[in-house]
Design a protein around this ligand. Sequence first.
Ligand code: ADP
Length: 482
Amino acid sequence: MLKILMAASEASPFAKTGGLADVLGSLPIALNNLGGDVRVIMPKYATIPISLKDSIKHCCYIYVKLGWRNIYCGIEQAEYKGVTYYFVDNEFFFHRDGLYGYGDDGERFAFFCRAVLEALPQIDFIPDVIHCHDWQAGMIPVLLEAQYRQLDAYKNIATMFTIHNLRYQGVFGIADFKDWFALDNMHFSSYNLEFYGGASFLKGGLVYSRLLTTVSPSYAEEIKTFNYGERLHELLKVRNKDLYGILNGIDYKEFDSKSDHLIYQTFSKSNLSGKAANKTALQKDLNLTVGEDIPMIGLISRLVDQKGLDLIACVLDEILNENVQFVVLGTGDNKYERLLKDAAFRYPGKMSAIIKFDNELAHKIYASSDLFLMPSLFEPCGLGQIISLRYGTLPIVRETGGLKDTVISYNEETGEGNGFSFAHYNAHDMLFTIKRALSIYKRKTLYNKLRKAAMSCDYSWQNSADKYMELYHSVTSAMEET
Ligand code: ADP
């Protein structure tokens, strides 16, 4: 049985700020169903919901070297949906109100990376593959090659690194890196950790891991170009033969219009009447004008440039001058939060801006909306549009990354499609596409046909989990040969 340890900074339902957590909360289940022994290791944050904290048990403790310090680190453990989750516990580093955005994030995740490797013999789980996710786990493959490889327990461990978002890179000073990791100069050339005068966790993961993946086929191509490569495209081109794009799935049990306990009323593609009931219930809850026939556009997102918020800012009044309701749930840059709250104030009954992170409300919006707006500048995979499809809510997306791989724009001639899309990053192209979607919304029979097509798409983990399994097998057999 293949033993895989996934290392990441968030996993649903323990801690979530975005799609990374969804993946770490659902992919391991799918892989275990295929016969793997997949476990996850992540920091123990203060924000883990109290209802889950009781299930977490102390496993052991170790001391982790960070520069000249020898720091206490508890290892805790919980089972969730048949998956073992390990937690790296240090109150100074992780007992905080949020997950990221602190001045010492570099040091916090340096501690995490070292703790993961130190913990392996203690938890008695020597994996065949350590599968690292995003920059916070990027230094694990570096430390493994530079400092642990010669030790018996670590001799055969293969490494895989998944890019969930190339923009976040974990770049800090070289002097800090040397202090945290006790690495010598040879690791700080432009061929390995050095990055425009600093050093990068992410680049470490990309250079030192045996296999690389990212979360959609289109993004895997895009990141090898100057426009999307975030200054790492040349390196990704060099590693092209080891780089795979595997589309994310979602947990089809968690997001299921037929059984979701978080929505007002369940519904199915053969009986869509419950969908309208969700909309009217949400309209009442959010003080919007109540009416089954008013098209509702939902947006659930981090409110940052990546998500196309500047396109929305540009034509927000034009959107709201249509016969439409706009429901936004998100947190992020202050300028976007203010802009959206201001619009909600100016368009009472038509617009609602809820500035918080709220999983239950997110489910209600996915189920209630008619359209889901996701005009991203770039999108590694995107889960919002995939969840929307599952609830018969047609996505309006820009054709980039995973959005391009999952949403097929409605084609009047062939009748095919599960949503609406536009190509250029341009506010009026987006507005035109929204208007087109609104005009098709009026054609009830056609719109219901498109809803059914959306709900018939299969973006469960079924296919993608198989692809990960194949890669795990290929990387472990390559290790055996070396
Ligand atoms: P990213 O990982 O770039 O943030 P994704 O679309 O891949 O974007 O995943 C975002 C995930 O986070 C989705 O599950 C989405 O529903 C959820 N999400 C984003 N913002 C919020 C919010 N304010 N409240 C609840 N869930 C949210």
